[in-house]
Design a protein. Sequence first.
Length: 136
Amino acid sequence: LQALLRLSAKTLICLKTLPRSGPLRARGLLMFATPAYAQAAGGGAGAFGSLIPLILIFAIMYFLLIRPQQKKMKEHKTMVEALRRGDQVITQGGLIGKVTKVKEGDEIEVEIAEGVKVRVVQSTIVSVVNKTEPAT
């Protein structure tokens, strides 16, 4: 082990004495022998400073993407819950029809033509075209 340490120390001294430019440098023999400079010890301020951009990116993503999507989902849910018989609706498939029956589960019955009724899942309703007035 001591002989190996002496050999590596001699190799290091030899590498230090080789020229910085010239034929040895051009051949790439000194490719891995680069000087190691000591870096200044960073404090806690450096770590906190690197977290600030990450926090800003998350805040921007929240206000530009996540929050509007949650608001849109909430509005869609209230629209679907307010569906009742007689409303004219548009489905995701592009069908326009009149709601004939609102069932207890997650589906409604829509009449798309005279005598043609289709069962549709409530969440596939995109918008309400004409809203009927509640019976008084």
